[in-house]
Ligand binder design. Structure first.
Ligand code: ADE
Ligand code: ZN
Length: 326
């Protein structure tokens, strides 16, 4: 059966999207041209050929390199708007989007340029597409905690327009506990907290995200399934997992979408959601993730309705707004 129209018609939210990961090769050349940045590629085909990853780090190396074409406010606005147009067409109504300020500030781009550009894209998307969204500032975990603290300080003037903080980049060797102080500071500022955990890292990292960082959501969480006590805890707390099927496939977290744990998560009573992570690099936006995983796992319409519902109940929207979307 053709699930695509049914999926497109389901109101959905996206809770795990790195805006830098929505940079399409065509756009990379466009930004490089207008900003006079040199690229190590000559054609879009060459860029796509480089997107064969065997793990998270392989991807991150090329993802950070790609972000080097983003220089001015309009680049960030245009990037965000192009993403919003694509997901609006997929039936996405709300996005809580990640950005990696350190990727830009470490190249000399002021925090304000990144934030103002993204905020402009966000308000234009709400006005012209009816897609609502909020920003989650992610700390790069391969850098030290002092750098994260400096980033939170740089974000100070924008904290009324930032919903939360997250933790991304190279997971193994950089446990959540490394960022205990900066997450505590963020929590004291009233920010929501999320962290990538259990993508490549062990279940212990998921425990730390819960017990040391006190996160409100777990990004990925695949490896939590290796620990029965952890599964029980996540289910009991109604903790949302922002799962990313095509990302997991492209980064070799799973060998085959048919072996993806999403259906098992639902059957275990976990509040799983479907997300795209870095759609320009992993072969599909939100709708494509839904369609491919639904087909691979033979998800039922009831499963899909549950997943759509989870995307709103797992969001940081106020309860009254969540109710309007259900
Ligand atoms: N940054 C962008 N995408 C990521 C992912 N899937 N895991 C960790 N860091 C990331
Ligand atoms: Zn991610």
């Amino acid at each position: 059966t053709d699930l695509a129209p049914f999926i497109r018609g389901l109101p959905k939210a996206e809770l795990h999207l790195h805006i830098e990961g929505s940079l399409e090769p065509e756009q990379m050349f466009e930004f490089a041209r207008r900003n006079r940045v040199a690229l190590p590629f000559n054609t879009v085909e060459e860029v796509r050929a480089a997107y064969a990853f065997s793990n998270l780090q392989d991807f991150l190396d090329i993802y950070y390199q790609g972000a080097g074409v983003l220089l001015v406010e309009d680049d960030f606005r245009d990037l965000a708007l192009a993403y919003f147009r694509r997901v609006a067409a997929d039936g996405c109504r709300h996005v809580e989007l990640f950005f990696d300020p350190q990727t830009h500030t470490d190249r000399g781009i002021p925090f304000s340029v990144v934030a103002e550009g993204l905020l402009a894209g966000i308000s234009e998307a709400e006005r012209t597409l009816g897609v609502t969204s909020s920003l989650i500032l992610c700390f790069l975990r391969h850098l030290d905690e002092d750098a994260a603290i400096a980033t939170l300080k740089a974000a100070e003037p924008y904290l009324d327009r930032i919903q939360g903080v997250g933790l991304d980049s190279s997971e193994v060797g950089h446990p959540p506990s490394k960022f205990a102080r900066v997450f505590k500071a963020a929590r004291e500022r009233g920010l929501k907290l999320v962290a990538h955990a259990g993508e490549e890292g062990p279940p212990e990292y998921v425990w730390e995200a819960l017990d040391v960082l006190h996160v409100d959501r777990i990004d990925h969480g695949n490896r939590a399934l290796e620990d029965a006590a952890l599964v029980k805890r996540l289910a009991a707390e109604g903790m949302t997992l922002t799962v990313c099927p095509l990302s997991n496939l492209k980064l070799c977290v799973v060998d085959d979408l048919k072996a993806h744990p999403l259906k098992r998560m639902l059957d275990l009573g976990l509040r799983a959601t479907i997300n795209s992570d870095d759609p320009a690099y992993f072969g599909g936006y939100l709708g494509q993730n839904w369609i491919e995983v639904a087909e691979a796992l033979s998800l039922t319409r009831a499963d899909l309705v549950m997943l759509a519902k989870n995307s709103f109940t797992g969001s940081f929207l106020p309860p009254a707004v969540v109710r309007r979307h259900l």
